[in-house]
Design a protein around this ligand. Structure first.
Ligand code: NAP
Length: 247
């Protein structure tokens, strides 16, 4: 059974994606940072549906923990064929003039450096130049990379911009080694993340101004991620799906 690893698979978009990847026939590795109970409940839900999954704790903002996580993945049967870089963080809404270096570095450590290191470890395992069978990487970026998130979290938006450049550059680097690298850029999706920004009701506040007039559901993002990871997208690399209700 092929393996699919999803970072931040314990909640929100990651959880929905883990469930869909299991339905697509992968044995799913569900990475989480600290909420072990949530990760265990996703594993249990997948197993109850007849799928296969296990949880892997690691803070992807810490290189040593990522290396340890991939070493644990190597102990499992099956080849890694899909990596979804979904884990991402943001902090309380504020203006750039109120940001400090420590916060910016924390955002970039997880969203940018962590994604880079996960990509590096996946390429070493998937790349045909390393004896791998090929695979697909999907980076979960954000509409914020296009919109800039002014007055909210420009640091977060900039980290997603860096992820977009990683998606493009890495896709070209590994296109001839059997690895496709693509991205989904969600808009306003109903998850816990907005509470981390200090406004749990943010999606409802902004939804009526969206072209579609509503916020999105995690399952609507998972569908785009799973399509990009699938053989149905076999000739697609270095591209972005904007799943943002027309925004
Ligand atoms: P969420 O509900 O806040 O869930 C975040 C997930 O990431 C959790 O599983 C969390 O694990 C994990 N995580 C956070 N930091 C981590 C780290 N350092 N190492 C490992 N895991 C970590 O977030 P979400 O809304 O589903 O967002 C998922 C992705 O979509 C993010 O990249 C986000 O930027 C992007 N996105 C979201 C929206 C939106 O409106 N929600 C819009 C655009 C883009 P624990 O459970 O252990 O904390």
């Amino acid at each position: 059974m092929d393996l699919a690893l999803i970072t931040g698979g314990s909640r929100g978009i990651g959880r929905a994606t883990a469930l869909s990847l299991a339905q697509a026939g992968y044995r799913v590795a569900i990475n989480y940072r600290q909420r072990a109970a949530e990760a265990a409940s996703v594993v249990a839900e997948i197993k109850a549906q007849g799928g296969s999954a296990f949880a892997l704790q690691a803070d992807i903002g810490d290189e040593a923990q990522v290396i340890r996580m991939f070493a644990e993945l190597d102990q499992q049967k099956g080849a890694l064929r899909v990596l979804v870089n979904n884990a991402g963080i943001l902090f309380t809404q504020c203006r750039v003039e109120d940001l400090d270096a420590e916060r910016i570095q924390r955002v970039f450590a997880t969203n940018v450096t962590g994604t880079f290191i996960c990509c590096r470890e996946a390429v070493k395992r998937m790349g045909t130049h390393h004896g791998g069978k090929g695979g697909a990487i999907v980076n979960v970026s954000s509409a914020a990379s296009r919109l800039g998130a002014p007055g909210e979290y420009v640091d977060y938006a900039a980290s997603k911009g860096a992820m977009d450049t990683l998606t493009k550059g890495l896709s070209l680097e590994v296109a001839s080694q059997g690895i496709r690298v693509n991205s989904v850029r969600p808009g306003l999706i109903y998850t816990d993340m907005h509470a981390d920004g200090g406004e749990p009701g943010r999606v409802d506040r902004l939804a009526s101004a969206l072209p579609m007039g509503r916020g999105g559901q995690a399952e609507e993002i998972a569908a785009a991620i799973v399509w990009l990871a699938s053989d149905a997208a076999s000739y697609v690399t270095g591209t972005f799906i904007d799943a943002a209700g027309g925004r």
